[in-house]
Design a protein around this ligand. Structure first.
Ligand SMILES: [Cu+2]
Length: 199
């Protein structure tokens, strides 16, 4: 799929706005002292037990030995999620064969609507290395808490709802420890090198 450059610029611009929101979000969650030192927000990550887009049980143990990206979102998201997943897909493409030695998780903050089948359909738009995870609300909540992700249902006028959520991408190392926030504002090649550094 080729995308005109103007569209890429638009997407990246939208993404930059999302990242800014996220950093604000993390600052709020972690408190002013921690936001000064991202590494100190290191209690990010932990055990989870969810279901992937193929209906298979997927846990943190399945990623042992691989550095991986984690991004929380939902398939009905109008812009930040698709933009981020597009950017992650570009990075996976840039990684080439090394992509198989990494992981990339898209964990839903909206398990009510994001069934495995919904995730599978949605992820068909993106790089096949992306794994979509959902589960019952309690299981998703465990993952949200482990990764310190904020998510809140926002009712819409028509009776529908959207989700407000933290939209950072975490890099976790081979042991499942948080190492850095993934910078998707750099080129896909530079981002791929950043991730490669943890192989
Ligand atoms: Cu989103």
């Amino acid at each position: 799929m080729t995308v005109p450059h103007s569209r890429v610029a638009l997407i990246l611009g939208a993404f930059a706005a999302g990242v800014l929101l996220c950093f604000a979000g993390i600052g709020l969650l972690a408190g002013p002292n921690l936001s000064a030192n991202v590494a100190q927000a290191a209690r990010i990550g932990g055990p989870f037990r969810l279901t992937d887009q193929n209906g298979k049980v997927f846990t943190d143990e399945d990623l042992k030995g691989k550095p991986f990206l984690v991004f929380f979102g939902f398939t009905h998201c109008p812009d930040v999620c698709p933009t981020t997943l597009f950017a992650i897909s570009e990075v996976m493409k840039s990684l080439g064969r090394d992509a198989d030695r990494t992981g990339a998780l898209f964990i839903t903050v909206d398990p009510e609507r994001d069934t495995p089948a919904t995730l599978k359909d949605y992820l068909s738009n993106f790089d096949p290395h992306l794994r979509g995870l959902t589960g019952d609300p309690a299981a998703v909540d465990t993952a949200l808490k482990a990764y310190r992700v904020y998510a809140k249902k926002i009712p819409l006028k028509d009776g529908d709802y959207t989700m407000d959520h933290t939209a950072v991408v975490y890099i976790m190392d081979k042991d499942g420890q948080f190492v850095a926030l993934f910078d998707l504002q750099q080129t896909p090649e530079a981002a791929a090198d950043q991730l490669r550094g943890y192989l």
